[in-house]
Design a protein around this ligand. Structure first.
Ligand SMILES: Cc1ncc(COP(=O)(O)O)c(C=O)c1O
Ligand SMILES: Nc1c(O)cccc1C(=O)C[C@H](N)C(=O)O
Length: 411
């Protein structure tokens, strides 16, 4: 590290009002550099205690009584907390259930059913694979046409592209708010309005925004949204997803997997399915109670800090990455596949070089953990509450060393 880089890094950490929160995460004190919190966030220390007391007292002590006493309502209780803290959503519109993939399916089917007679779903070719696969499955099932928007892997969907393709046949537009490769931050309010102008509904995948980028779903007029809880909501591997459906659509909403836990009276165990009032009908089977424990700890923390401060640190970390890229990595031929303007960028930065796949393997072996995404992209996830500027600098120094070594051995 040069002395200027060292001084700048030390100053950024010293001026960081959120720096002390890092100590609340397991493992953040170790020398390992973790730049993959947008695949799996670190656990909070308090979560260890929560899991232990859950086993001993709630599960072990209350046993089946736990359902009536607390667990039955957790999907809507935690859903409302995600809505209030991260989504800009009034209560009664967000519920936790299933995986993102399954909720995408349920939300897309419900949205298509809410626009009868319209035969097209619009999406982009660079959306996350599961979104594209689910949309293709729904299209096959219902005989719909997919209208694809082409995007560059280093950019994302623009308002103009959406305006060009939507029309009277569009039922639903399915997009990611933050693109998983480039971190492109879509103009959600403007795109949502353009989709509505065409009489269609919009379904946003918020997996890479929730807990990182502030959202205002109610104010933007969003129709439906889904997202995961294991990235910036630190819910742990396989923690469940959430779905948001605007209140105006809930009455009469048809979801495709009617199950007893979304029934108006599950224990009536009657012959037919009567949907629970409101968002609860989006639940199908038994709520993933254990999977919702860690998320509640992160929600406590996000409530304490507030999303605007989280976003400010996220922008600061990304700018630090971009600055160091220009100084340390550009001379080695590294490119930036993420927007430079903060208002078009989410919480990660992707750097490109033909040797990035090999570089990632070497970095992991050296306890520096970013992610690799084709084509040639080193993806650096920046979790505002657990990542320090020093961690970023050490990671970037390691990337430079590994790439310098790889390019020298190629020469
Ligand atoms: C945009 C996006 N959607 C969906 C998913 C994943 O879906 P699931 O939680 O069902 O694995 C991810 C990441 O895994 C993602 O980045
Ligand atoms: N969900 C993941 C998993 O189960 C294993 C490994 C990675 C993931 C991820 O979250 C990948 C991530 N959504 C991505 O944007 O690439």
């Amino acid at each position: 590290m040069t002395s200027t880089t060292h001084e700048t890094t030390a100053r950024l950490d010293a001026d960081d009002g959120l720096a002390s929160y890092r100590d609340r995460f397991v493992g953040a004190q170790s020398p390992l550099v973790y730049l993959d919190g947008n695949s799996l966030g670190r656990p909070l220390r308090v979560t260890g205690e929560r899991l232990r007391t859950f086993v001993e007292h709630e599960w072990g002590g209350r046993l089946i009584r736990g359902w009536d006493e607390a667990w039955m309502d957790l999907p809507t209780v935690v859903g409302d907390r995600i809505g209030a803290t991260c989504l800009g959503a009034a209560p009664g519109q967000t519920v936790v259930a299933d995986s993102t993939t399954v909720l995408l399916y349920k939300a897309l089917r419900a949205a298509v059913a809410a626009r009868p007679g319209r035969r097209e779903v619009v999406l982009d070719r660079d959306n996350f694979p599961t979104d594209r696969y689910v949309a293709a499955g729904v299209a096959d099932e219902l005989g719909l046409t997919l209208r694809w928007i082409d995007v560059d892997t280093s950019a994302g969907v623009t308002l103009e592209q959406v305006q060009e393709v939507v029309g009277e046949q569009t039922a639903v537009v399915l997009l990611s708010h933050v693109a998983y490769r480039s971190a492109w931050l879509a103009d959600a309010p403007a795109i949502t309005a353009a989709v509505h102008d065409a009489g269609a509904l919009v379904l946003w995948d918020l997996s890479h925004s929730v807990g990182s980028v502030p959202l205002e779903l109610d104010a933007w007029g969003v129709d439906l949204a889904v997202g995961c809880t294991y990235k910036y909501l630190n819910g742990g591997p396989g923690s469940p997803a959430f779905v948001y459906v605007a209140e105006r659509l809930l009455d009469g909403l048809q979801q495709p997997v009617p199950g007893w836990m979304g029934h108006a009276d599950p224990f009536a165990m009657g012959p037919g399915w009567t949907p629970a009032p409101g968002i609860r009908r989006m639940v199908s089977g038994t709520p993933p109670v254990v999977g919702m424990l860690a998320v509640q700890d992160m929600l406590d923390l996000l409530e304490e800090v507030g999303m605007p401060a989280v976003r400010a640190k996220s922008v600061g970390l990304a700018e630090h990455v971009l600055r160091l890229t220009d100084v340390l990595l550009a001379p080695l031929g590294v490119g930036v596949a993420t927007p430079r303007e903060a208002q078009r960028r989410g919480g990660h930065v992707t750097l490109t070089h033909p040797a990035m796949r090999e570089a990632t393997a070497r970095l992991w072996a050296a306890d520096v953990v970013p992610d690799y995404r084709d084509p040639g992209g080193l993806r650096l996830g920046l979790s505002p509450l657990s990542t320090s500027y020093d961690e970023v600098t050490r990671g970037m120094e390691s990337v430079r060393e590994v790439l310098a070594d790889l390019t020298a051995s190629d020469a």
